[in-house]
Design a protein around this ligand. Structure first.
Ligand SMILES: Nc1ncnc2c1ncn2[C@@H]1O[C@H](COP(=O)(O)OP(=O)(O)O)[C@@H](O)[C@H]1O
Ligand SMILES: [Mg+2]
Length: 274
């Protein structure tokens, strides 16, 4: 996929690298994301997806590389300074402040990003986002009492309370049942429709594909493929390293039947026109 020009980028990552001792978790990753894009970041366990988010958001230090956000170099900023500029993320391993209520947890998000001048404003924002994710009834519950699906929603509300322009969703749907998943997907579509740029990390391909218009595949800390979903899913390198040939054959059959359907539609439209 051709890179958007520098000024059209919301996020531009160059040469991003992180080593942990002998392990190269992320190796020289380049990525440019335009405002309003919804990007799926996929790849096997240990590929470096969470590390990528940790580095961009400043939660983990970089071995090398630069991160530009809205043309500003944020490479060396602290997490709260990055949050203040408009990048939020959910945590794959949800760890709410368990001694605090659900409402207080979301307020902490609003205050962390510094968008709210007073506690009252932070509480108002927190209530708004709790209602958005459907947790308003549980505002006064201790966060530690929430079941997994609700903890995932809390995590989402907390990141939204930061008022992000760019949102990283790190496996927010993992462990949800199908009803919960439908609700979560509906929320993600609504967040995208509101103009927030989203990078979604997700294991279930059909879930990613229902949301994104671009896929980036990480493998061993490096970018294996980047482009439109149908191109990436048909990329031999992706099939070999990640999807496996069974998936590719199945996917190929689906694509073929789609093509056939389109051709039949086109032919019958042509017949009608004659
Ligand atoms: N804090 C850490 N200390 C040591 N190794 C780590 C640390 N964080 C991640 N890694 C290693 O970096 C690699 C990438 O991990 P991660 O980014 O969590 O992958 P993913 O999210 O794609 O599953 C893995 O080999 C993992 O073990
Ligand atoms: Mg991860």
């Amino acid at each position: 996929m051709p890179e958007p020009p520098r000024s059209a980028c919301l996020l531009r990552v160059e040469g991003l690298t992180r080593r942990f001792g002998g392990v190269v978790a992320l190796a020289d990753v380049n990525l440019a994301i335009a405002p309003g894009e919804i990007v799926g970041l996929i790849g096997p366990n240990g590929a470096g997806k969470t590390t990528f988010v940790n580095l961009v958001t400043g939660f983990v230090g970089k071995t090398a590389g630069t991160v530009l956000f809205a043309d500003e170099d944020i490479t060396r900023l602290a997490p709260h300074e990055i949050a203040r500029r408009g990048i939020a993320r959910t945590f794959q391993i949800v760890q709410p402040f368990s001694e605090m209520t659900v409402l207080e947890n979301v307020m902490a998000g609003a205050l962390f990003a510094g968008r709210r001048a007073s506690l009252k404003e932070a509480a108002d924002a927190a209530r708004h986002w709790l209602a958005f994710v459907g947790l308003d009834r549980l505002a006064q519950t201790a966060a530690s009492d929430l079941p997994l699906a609700d903890r995932k929603r809390l995590e989402l509300a907390k990141s939204l309370a930061m008022g992000p322009r760019l949102l990283f969703l790190d496996e927010v749907n993992a462990g949800l049942n199908s009803g919960e998943l439908r609700h979560a997907l509906d929320l993600i579509h609504r967040i995208a429709d509101s103009g927030v740029t989203i990078v979604i990390i997700e294991h279930l391909l059909r879930v990613v594909l229902s949301v994104v218009r671009r896929l980036v595949v990480l493998h061993h800390g490096a970018t294996l493929s980047d482009g439109a979903p149908h191109e990436v899913l048909n990329d031999p390198a992706v099939i070999k390293a990640y999807l496996g040939t069974k998936f590719a054959q199945r996917h190929q059959a689906e694509l073929e039947s789609q093509r056939l359907k389109y051709r039949q539609q086109a032919e019958s439209a042509a017949d009608r026109a004659e």
